[in-house]
Design a protein around this ligand. Structure first.
Ligand code: SAH
Ligand code: SF4
Ligand code: F3S
Length: 456
């Protein structure tokens, strides 16, 4: 398939807007934003900007912001403030704000901070070279933050150095409206890429040396292609019709995790990795209901049982919110007990933070900061004790590790197991991209150490 005929890459972009000037993108938030920043760099490189490693070297600075928790607007302003001196030294310097705060605040950002030259939303990334050209032509206070609700979701992966493992967007936006979450307002309605585009994209990445892809979306397992394929169908096709060595995905939603997907994961091992990030948010069914998560504690546990039955070696991680409005001490204890019951090796836990537009921000029973902090500390302490014990089982095991990088400072290789365990081991850079048997010598909760065994 000829991608250009499907208009996957915006038609800018080979104009000389940049004249070789430096561009620096400062990235906050989730993997989606990391991918978006790569897209921004790639598009701006096509328009003859040069990516640089620090803001001091740049004539164009872009802040790719996140607003999922705590004081995001404040963070944007404090970063822009740091560039005051640079702007005085170099009056040509342009500053743009994109990402979820750009989408959420639009022109409000300019009202309060005149140093910002332009603001663009999450659906306006492909218009960036045009906006930047306008900014350098002297236009000030430009804003492009309309959602492109009708436009199909066509985004060939644009990444400068994909390395061994890379992320591939398959869905964008979210229609779930969990009552705490700003994402449906900052990323818009959920859309899926056509299945054939995803396959083509992965094949091109394989041609650039990629061995592992992580399929990415706010809610990957509600993926629906225009041809009717669902997420399980997509996973099966990627496993069977491409030569990719490993497939991961994030983030999946418990309510959309079904037996069909588990069956596809089982049938396509070891290509599909034995690792699932499955956020539960709260271990209490009443709290889950007020969060509008669409499952109860019991239903979540049933899904875990279904997964563990088919894939006994599966490793699970999760996201948790503590101090959601109205959460009692007893309800919080249900969260503690769910962590133990499932045996998560990794947790990402956060204090509830009221977000603009969301229902929960207006709920009664907002919890004070001291209680939230206390619950978060207790959760991390309990999890840490458990994780230390859980990972001991890796010591002495031999795991298949896809080698991803060589750290010159430490003289170490790093890579990951199917279960997403990060492993450090001695070795040389020629092994990058190879999958090697590694005997684990020491296990810590966040990393394992090991030694590469000779291939049989
Ligand atoms: N789509 C994913 C989550 C995306 S946001 C899912 O449904 O699981 C990433 C995580 O940030 C969430 O899982 C949640 O734990 C946390 N989060 C989102 N909004 C939050 C808020 N208002 N306060 C605290 N944590 C929040
Ligand atoms: Fe936010 Fe819920 Fe959508 Fe995840 S599923 S992005 S938590 S609204
Ligand atoms: Fe943040 Fe937007 Fe991602 S709010 S977590 S950057 S989707």
């Amino acid at each position: 398939m000829d991608l250009s005929s499907e208009n996957l890459i915006p038609q800018v972009q080979h104009s000389d807007v940049g004249h070789g000037r430096g561009v620096y993108v400062s990235t906050y938030g989730c993997q989606m934003n990391v991918n978006d920043s790569e897209r921004m760099y790639s598009l701006l490189e096509m328009a003859n900007f040069t990516p640089v490693a620090s803001p001091e070297q740049a004539s164009l600075i872009i802040i790719n912001s996140c607003s999922v928790r705590e004081k995001p607007v404040h963070k944007v302003f404090s970063e822009v403030g740091k560039y005051r001196k640079l702007k005085q030294k170099n009056p040509e310097l342009k500053i743009g704000v994109g990402g979820c705060v750009g989408q959420q605040e639009k022109e409000n950002l300019m009202k309060d901070q005149p140093m910002i030259d332009f603001v663009f939303g999450t659906d306006a990334i492909d218009q960036l070279p045009t906006m930047v050209a306008q900014a350098f032509a002297g236009e000030h206070r430009l804003v492009k933050a309309q959602f492109q609700h009708r436009a199909p979701y066509h985004v060939e992966t644009l990444v400068r150095n994909p390395g061994v493992s890379t992320f591939v967007n398959i869905t964008k936006g979210c229609d779930n409206f969990c009552t705490f979450c700003v994402v449906p307002y900052t990323r818009g309605r959920e859309k899926s890429r056509p299945l054939k585009h995803v396959l083509q994209d992965i094949n091109e990445l394989i041609g650039r040396g990629v061995k592992e892809v992580t399929l990415l979306g706010q809610n990957v397992n509600s993926y629906t292609s225009d041809c009717g394929a669902d997420f399980a169908d997509l996973m099966e096709k990627v496993a069977q019709e491409t030569k990719i060595e490993r497939i991961r995905f994030t983030t999946s939603h418990p309510k959309d995790f079904n037996q069909k997907l588990v069956d596809v994961m089982y049938a396509n091992q070891p290509k599909i990795c034995e690792y699932i990030h499955l956020p539960f948010q709260s271990g209490n069914s009443r709290v889950l209901e007020t969060m509008n998560r669409g499952y109860s504690r019991e239903e979540y546990l049933q899904k875990i049982e279904m997964i563990k039955k088919a894939i006994p070696n599966v490793v699970l991680s999760t996201d948790i919110i503590v101090g959601f409005p109205g959460e009692t001490e007893e309800e919080f204890k249900d969260t503690l007990s769910l962590v133990q019951e499932v045996g998560f090796e990794t947790i990402f836990a956060f204090k509830y933070s009221p977000r603009p537009f969301t229902k929960a921000a207006r709920f009664e029973g907002q919890i004070d900061e001291v209680t939230k902090s206390d619950r978060l500390t207790r959760l991390f302490e309990a999890h840490d004790l458990m994780a230390r014990e859980l990972v001991k089982r890796y010591e002495g095991q031999t795991l298949e590790i896809l080698i991803e990088a060589f750290d010159e400072k430490r003289g170490n290789l790093s890579g990951r197991s199917s279960q997403n365990k990060l492993v450090y081991m001695p070795g040389d850079a020629s092994l990058i991209g190879k999958t090697m048997p590694v005997k684990i010598t020491k296990a810590f909760p966040a990393v394992l150490r090991g030694e590469i065994l000779p291939v049989q």
